[in-house]
Design a protein around this ligand. Structure first.
Ligand SMILES: [Zn+2]
Length: 343
């Protein structure tokens, strides 16, 4: 089949901003990926407390650099908490190598944390009219892939998919271990980064400093409250980088390196809603913020996957993805063999 031009997209970078799943990474990304690979071979990391949101990121909401206000949605407790004790879990990235467990993933992710801190300084200091470096844009795409997928919420989603796989194959499958989780995180990072770098970089400012964040700090918006947000249909990927600035990767490519906007009350409210709804169990806000939902919010966003046969010969199942507080269904060939067909 011959190539056919289906559309033109303005590109401000002068180069194609994709890695092809890691086939052609830029020098900056190649440099830190090599450092990660080198750290992976060592066994010299003893840190057992693993932050899944970097401390340098949360510090933007802190007045003393040590504590942030956290609303724990499981019990409604709202107060200052040490950054060192926020968005952290013991042994979360622990890996097994033969019979031995180790914490080397923490040393590997520390490379990403350092690069995240550097990019946050660039992005927080950026002023309208300023240039933006292609290397930084491509690195941002990678950093966001890690931040999006390294959290307990994503691990919980992967476990839900595993549960379904186990049922449809009707056989014993090993449960998701932290080793498996870390492997998939690193294995998918550059493919996920390509979904980011083909979007429009936007910085939205709220001069009144009302942006909040949460323990799942990268969120993808969804047009319908019942639909599963995904990178194909989700118009915006959002990452608040300070109370006054929100980083957005949008589907509206306009040929600018950075699109800058100052947003008003209604949009600020919508953005805040995305992070309140998408939080796993912690919402992070400025101490003086008087508009957080009070009390417990025991519901967390859920991903439940199951399937029921609709056409046995075609092996077509109705796959149901339930997300958040709603659900959507897909009629899909359920392959390889779906054990549900015999029921
Ligand atoms: Zn099925």
């Amino acid at each position: 089949m011959a190539w056919e031009l289906v559309g033109r997209v303005p590109n401000p970078w002068g180069r194609v901003p994709v890695t092809g799943g890691g086939q052609s990474v830029t020098p900056k990304v190649a440099e830190y990926m090599a450092r990660i690979a080198e750290r992976a071979t060592r066994r010299d990391c003893s840190s057992k407390r693993h932050h899944y949101v970097p401390q340098s990121y949360m510090r933007a909401w802190s007045s003393d650099g040590k504590r942030v206000r956290v609303l724990d949605t499981r019990n409604g407790i709202d107060g200052l908490r040490g950054i060192r004790d926020t968005c952290v879990r013991e042994n979360f990235y622990q890996m097994k190598d033969g019979g031995n467990s180790h914490h080397q993933a923490e040393a590997m992710l520390a490379v990403i944390d350092d690069e995240t801190a550097r990019l946050l300084r660039v992005l927080r200091d950026w002023t309208p009219g300023e240039d933006f470096d292609f290397e930084d844009f491509m690195s941002l795409a990678v950093v966001l892939a890690f931040q999006r997928n390294r959290t307990p919420q994503i691990r919980r989603y992967l476990e839900a998919i595993d549960d379904w796989q186990r049922q449809r194959a009707n056989q014993q499958m090993p449960t998701l271990t932290s080793t498996g989780f870390v492997s998939s995180l690193f294995g998918s990072a550059l493919t996920a980064a390509d979904e980011h770098s083909t979007r429009q970089l936007e910085l939205w400012d709220d001069p009144r400093g009302r942006f909040i964040t949460c323990d799942q700090p990268v969120q993808i918006t969804s047009d319908s409250p019942d639909a599963l947000p995904d990178m194909i249909s989700g118009k915006y990927l959002m990452w608040p980088i300070s109370p006054t600035r929100l980083l957005v990767l949008s589907q509206e490519i306009n040929g600018e390196k950075v699109t800058h906007r100052i947003i008003g009350d209604a949009e600020v409210k919508r953005v805040r809603g995305v992070f309140i709804k998408g939080a796993e169990s912690a919402i992070i806000a400025l101490p003086g913020d008087g508009n957080l939902p009070a009390g417990k919010r025991p519901k967390r966003p859920q991903l439940r996957v199951d399937c029921t046969p609709v056409d046995v010969k075609a092996r077509k199942c109705r796959i149901r993805l339930a997300w958040g507080y709603g659900k959507e269904t897909l009629d899909h060939a359920c392959q390889p063999l779906c054990a549900m067909r015999s029921q």
